[in-house]
Structure formats: structure tokens, C-alpha cells
Ligand binder design. Sequence first.
Ligand code: SF4
Length: 184
Amino acid sequence: MAEFTKETIVQDALDMGYSHAGLVDVKTLKPQDDVREMCAANKCHMYNKNWSCPPGCGSVAECDAEMQSYDWGVLVQVTMEMEDEMDYEAWVDAAQELRDRNVELNEKLREKYDEVLGLGGAGCDICKTCTYPDEPCRFPKKRMSGMEGYGLVVADVCRDNGLLYFYGKDTITYTGMFLLKDKK
Ligand code: SF4
């Protein structure tokens, strides 16, 4: 039975269907202004429109302080094979699979831990229309920001914690991360 402790969480995540998982040392998490500047370019049309995305998710300094307040974490990845590098369906399927797995893992971790910070591959799309910026978020415990939204270079986080970011030609990988606080 899954226990979701520091000792078991990697195997627990693999048992849930993630392709790869590894522990995260929060000290390796270094949010960067230039990643957030890419968000501000607003290619995804989510900038300044959602509590999970910049600037609603907090400044780089605030995201840094929030991440550093956690004790440890786990990186989780979904990898899928593509027929070729234009296999858009595989990109969509992999992104959806990470999202589905993350929703499930977030629920399981919140049963065990008082504080959980889940970061996925993209901003939150739970509500048809986000309450940002006029009303508080409807589901703060379900909401997940993207790792880039918190200023992280995903490839660097993977490298610094012993996971690959890319698993070879004609594969697509999406990465998420959950940070946890031990009970004091
Ligand atoms: S849960 Fe709803 S209100 Fe909260 S960030 Fe997501 S879309 Fe916005």
C-alpha cells in the first residue's frame, strides 16, 4: 500500500502510472526572472489572467520563499513515444496524462500532509472562468501552477535532482513537482 513517505514516494509515484520520479532537494530550486519574462510575453494567453500564473501566483521572490519553506519534494514525469516530432496528438496526450496523474497525487498527498505545493506543466484550468483578480481562488487546494510560472527552468531542476529531462528521439516528456512539509 502506498505510504507517500520520503522513502516510498518514488515507487508510489511509479505505481500510480508516472513514467519516472525522483526526490527533490528544495535547495536546488532557483527561480529566475528571465523565465518569468517569457511568461510576460504571454504566448499562452494566461499571463495576468489566472491565480496560478504570473503575476497572480506571486513575485519571483515570493515563489522562491514559498518553495524554500518546504522540506522536500518529488519530481514526477510522464513520457510518451511520438510517431515523429510533429506528433501533436502525443504532446496533447502526454500533457493530459500528467495533469490527470497530478490531480490524483495531489489528493493523496493532501490526505497525508498539511501543506502541499503542486506544480504541473501548465497553469490552472479548473474553472471555465478564473476569479482572478477580483475574488479569491475557488479551489486553492486543487490549483496548481506551472513550474515555469514559479520561475523554474525545468531542465535544470531535473538535472540538479538526477532525472533526465529528455528521454530520446521521438519521445515527449512532461514534468511536475510536489513539495511537502514534514509534520513538526
Ligand atoms: S481554481 Fe478556478 S479560481 Fe482558482 S486559479 Fe484555477 S481557474 Fe482560477
